[in-house]
Design a protein around this ligand. Structure first.
Ligand SMILES: *[C@@H]1O[C@H](CO)[C@@H](O)[C@H](O)[C@H]1NC(C)=O
Ligand SMILES: *[C@@H]1O[C@H](CO)[C@@H](O)[C@H](O)[C@H]1NC(C)=O
Ligand SMILES: *[C@@H]1O[C@H](CO)[C@@H](O)[C@H](O)[C@H]1NC(C)=O
Ligand SMILES: *[C@@H]1O[C@H](CO)[C@@H](O)[C@H](O)[C@H]1NC(C)=O
Ligand SMILES: *[C@@H]1O[C@H](CO)[C@@H](O)[C@H](O)[C@H]1NC(C)=O
Ligand SMILES: *[C@@H]1O[C@H](CO)[C@@H](O)[C@H](O)[C@H]1NC(C)=O
Ligand SMILES: *[C@@H]1O[C@H](CO)[C@@H](O)[C@H](O)[C@H]1NC(C)=O
Length: 760
């Protein structure tokens, strides 16, 4: 089939231009890096695949082996097949039509899913994820691959004290590079590789210097995510005295394999695919990716993460990914049903600074600033300190050099921040400091809870507190205020709450699959850092990047206890035991307005580590089910064969994508009636009985057949049908749930229905 991501018109133009230009210059100077994706490896030997890749390029280069070798950048030949090569648009178009090619797509950049990584500094913690009654000893058999910015292996979070040697099946490597050699790995960090060619092809080496051309982490993001999932216990972990105490990752004895594919400015598809290719061969059990495409996400087989994870899951590897930080409806990414996609919540630990106004009113804002004002100072809106040609409106956002030093000196400034701002909150504190300001109050309508390590006494407040402060200033002759240093506050409520930045459903690619799948802590998380960045060993960061490895750690716990469970069984266990209630047993709410959350915010809900090991029942999907899913969304047998290189047919296709045996149920177009089949597998006690309990979405009648299910044996599979019927006019999406319950287990799935008008 050969889907090719360039419009027909531009291909036409480029052929025309190319022929014309080729007569003037003899070079293919317009070459760009492309991924040529060729589906499953099948039974072909890696060397044979490499030979065939070279042969294809030789044909494209009109028989020149030399040019073919020159254009070849990387071959994928372990977990799947294909290659990366420098091609003109015309050559890319020709290759896309060659036998065996599934898709040809440009080397696109993906972003790490921290909100503004430069904004944060850190410390650690979270509630511990110790599960009573289960030993951690099997964790040493679980290997987690992190596709990220590398690792700082000397961090105490990655100590290998008391860890046994690695099992013989491991095929990974400790690749040498800058400040990294074969003995830098240990029994904790058992593998480390790096991928640079996709990055080097796109970025100007002059402008973007790379600090360590090796798996060593210069950014800190990779060390942070790895330690959240699998960091060892570290006493006295803290960030500048905040959040003091011991902390550890979810599965502290699990092994770490590093696949560094993300560099200063991001992660390129060519490198991400190379990382998946090696991770599949090396023998990791889990892949964790805290990064993703910009919304809206493209087709599955033109997206490196979807392609790589499809083959990883086909090899029995669980892949966990973050949903993204765009925060708006429909912005969810990493949408493939074979991924576990994670949204971010707050925890009950906040970092706050008190603001004392002249009228003795005390308000509290989010902050990680260690600085404090010892006396009150005049407070003014930043708009009053506008400088030169800046308007008061522009200055109210405390943009670079927008403040008049004469007016700002010795004052506390009230600055605005909007979600779409390109200037970071941290940078605004630098602007105020440089203008001579003593303190800053930042009014942020979208993200008030993300704490920032400001360079002066400062705090973030929401819109309501913000107008209270502005009104105090308006109604007072000499308004003053004082900002105290940040402190750690435990037990804050409501918690967990969905973070404002966490990307939300519906799934814009396949509305029948609910995304995100689950939610986990991702706001103000303390974990290991790279001392190469800001000389800090630990740092507090926010993002779905931090939520993802919490789930990765839980996957490792399940894998240690149930090594034979499939990726879909593990995913089901996490989803069906999640909760939609917060710690006070009230419905989980979403920042910033505190509205009641729904499945588009948190999928099945907030993870519940104490229940995941004993879900009772699971919804399983085999690789064949994902093939049937692909058929149901429009892939034909020919394209399916290219991807899988087996004799799969679309005979077993589903009527709609809603029929994939997914642990959540979405009916995306309910006109009158609709039925969905699901299959439960018993992983609890052999003889067990469950009853269906339905909370129907408003305006929809839901019946489950049968209402009662009796299992007689372990791993027995039983089908049931959910019938949906419109009872009252429904516009837009409505939410409900279905639980299979007995005295021991509740297996809950969200029900999401979108009503459409058929008559009238
Ligand atoms: C390998 O790197 C470590 C630091 O990670 C260093 O201490 C050691 O001397 C290096 N060994 C060799 C043989 O270069
Ligand atoms: C406040 O007082 C402390 C202790 O005397 C001092 O270290 C700090 O620099 C003072 N802060 C300011 C903003 O003057
Ligand atoms: C700053 O404000 C002072 C006092 O109002 C004024 O004299 C000066 O021209 C202003 N400077 C700029 C650059 O706007
Ligand atoms: C403060 O007063 C100005 C005019 O004096 C007005 O435009 C503004 O809306 C007031 N702001 C608040 C928060 O009261
Ligand atoms: C596909 O079917 C053909 C003919 O029935 C058979 O020769 C071939 O071995 C099959 N391939 C696979 C991968 O099963
Ligand atoms: C359960 O449903 C699947 C398809 O949804 C079907 O292939 C299978 O035969 C059914 N099993 C039983 C026991 O009805
Ligand atoms: C929906 O269910 C209720 C109660 O079970 C029933 O009375 C009603 O007739 C149903 N409506 C439709 C449209 O099926």
């Amino acid at each position: 089939m050969g889907s090719f991501c360039i419009s027909k018109r531009s291909v036409f133009y480029s052929i025309f231009l190319w022929v014309f230009l080729a007569q003037i210059f003899h070079s293919a100077s317009s070459s760009k890096l492309y991924v040529v994706y060729m589906g499953s490896r099948g039974n072909d030997e890696p060397d044979e695949i490499l030979r065939q890749n070279h042969e294809m390029l030789t044909i494209i280069h009109k028989g020149s082996v030399e040019q073919a070798m020159e254009s070849h950048v990387h071959s994928y030949r372990h977990g799947f097949r294909g290659f990366a090569a420098k091609l003109t648009e015309e050559q890319a178009s020709r290759i896309s039509k060659m036998a065996g090619v599934v898709s040809v797509f440009p080397n696109t950049k993906r972003s790490l899913h921290t909100t503004h990584s430069w904004d944060f500094m850190g410390l650690n913690d979270e509630e511990t994820m110790e599960i009573p009654g289960y030993s951690t000893k099997n964790q040493v058999n679980v290997i987690i691959g992190f596709i990220d910015t590398g690792i700082w292996p000397e961090s105490p979070s990655f100590s290998d004290a008391d860890m046994p040697p690695v099992s013989v099946g491991w095929k990974g490597q400790c690749q040498s590079g800058e400040a990294f050699n074969a003995s830098t790995c240990n029994r904790k960090v058992i593998g480390a590789r790096y991928y640079y060619s996709g990055y080097a092809a796109e970025e100007d080496p002059e402008k973007s210097t790379v600090s360590f051309k090796s798996a060593r982490d210069s950014s800190g993001h990779g060390s942070h995510t790895a330690s959240i999932a699998a960091g060892r216990y570290v006493q006295n972990m803290n960030y500048r005295g905040l959040a003091t105490g011991g902390a550890r990752g979810g599965a502290p004895m699990a092994r770490i394999a590093v696949y560094k594919s993300c560099w200063n400015s991001g992660c390129y598809d060519v490198d991400l695919l190379a990382a998946f290719d090696d991770a599949i061969r090396d023998g990791v059990h889990i892949v964790s990716l805290s990064l993703g495409p910009d919304a809206p996400q493209g087709d599955y087989f033109s997206d490196a993460i979807s392609v790589g994870s499809f083959h990883a899951v086909s090899h029995g590897i669980v892949v966990v990914a973050s949903v993204g930080n765009e925060g708006t409806a429909g912005s969810a990414t990493n949408l493939a049903p074979w991924l576990i996609t994670v949204a971010a919540t707050s925890t009950d630990r906040d970092f706050t600074a008190d603001i004392i106004l002249g009228n003795r009113a005390r308000v509290t804002g989010a902050s990680l600033s260690p600085f404090q004002m010892n006396a009150s100072a005049r407070i003014i809106p930043a708009s009053e300190a506008f400088a030169g040609y800046f308007t008061p409106y522009q200055s109210s956002y405390c943009l670079d050099s927008s403040l008049n030093r004469t007016k700002a000196r010795g004052r506390v400034l009230v600055c605005q921040h909007s979600g779409s701002s390109t200037q970071s909150k941290l940078a605004k504190s630098v602007v105020v400091k440089e203008a001579g300001g003593l303190g800053m109050i930042l009014i942020d309508e979208s993200d008030k809870d993300v704490a920032i390590p400001f360079v002066i006494p400062a705090a973030i407040v929401g819109k309501i507190l913000g107008s209270k402060i502005l009104s105090y200033i308006n109604h007072t002759r000499k308004p003053v205020s004082r900002i105290l240093s940040a402190k750690t506050v435990l037990g804050s409520q409501p918690a967990p709450q969905i973070a404002a930045f966490s990307s939300k459903g519906p799934n814009e690619l396949n509305p029948e699959i609910l995304k995100p799948d689950v939610a986990a802590p991702g706001l103000n998380i303390l974990a290991a850092w790279s001392p190469a960045n800001a000389e800090l060993n630990f740092k507090i960061l926010s993002g779905t990047s931090m939520a993802c490895p919490h789930v990765t750690g839980i996957v490792a716990l399940i894998k240690a206890v149930h090594p034979s469970w499939s990726p879909s069984a593990i995913k089901s266990a996490i989803m069906t035991t999640a909760t939609v209630l917060d710690k006070q047993h009230k419905p989980i709410t979403a920042d910033p307005q505190g509205r009641r959350g729904n499945a588009f915010d948190y999928g099945s809900g907030f993870i519940n580590p104490t229940k995941v090991l004993n879900p009772g029942l699971v919804y399983e999907a085999k690789p064949a089910d994902y093939k049937a899913f692909l058929c149901s969304i429009g892939y034909n047998e020919r394209s399916l064969h290219l991807i899988t290189r087996d004799n799969s047919t679309c005979d077993q296709s589903f009527a709609t994508a809603s029929d994939l045996n997914y642990p959540s149920i979405v009916v995306s177009n309910l006109k009158d009636t609709f039925s969905v089949i699901r299959t439960l597998t018993n992983v609890g006690s052999p003889r067990s009985i469950y009853k269906a309990v339905v909370f129907a979405p408003e305006g929809i009648n839901v019946t489950v057949v049968p209402q009662r299910i009796v299992f007689d044996s372990y791993r027995q599979k039983i089908n049931f049908t959910v019938n949906f019927k419109v009872a009252a006019p429904v516009i837009g999406y409505v939410f409900g749930s279905l639980s299979w319950r007995n005295k021991i287990s509740w297996i809950t799935s969200p029900l999401v229905v979108r009503g459409v008008h058929s008559r009238m």
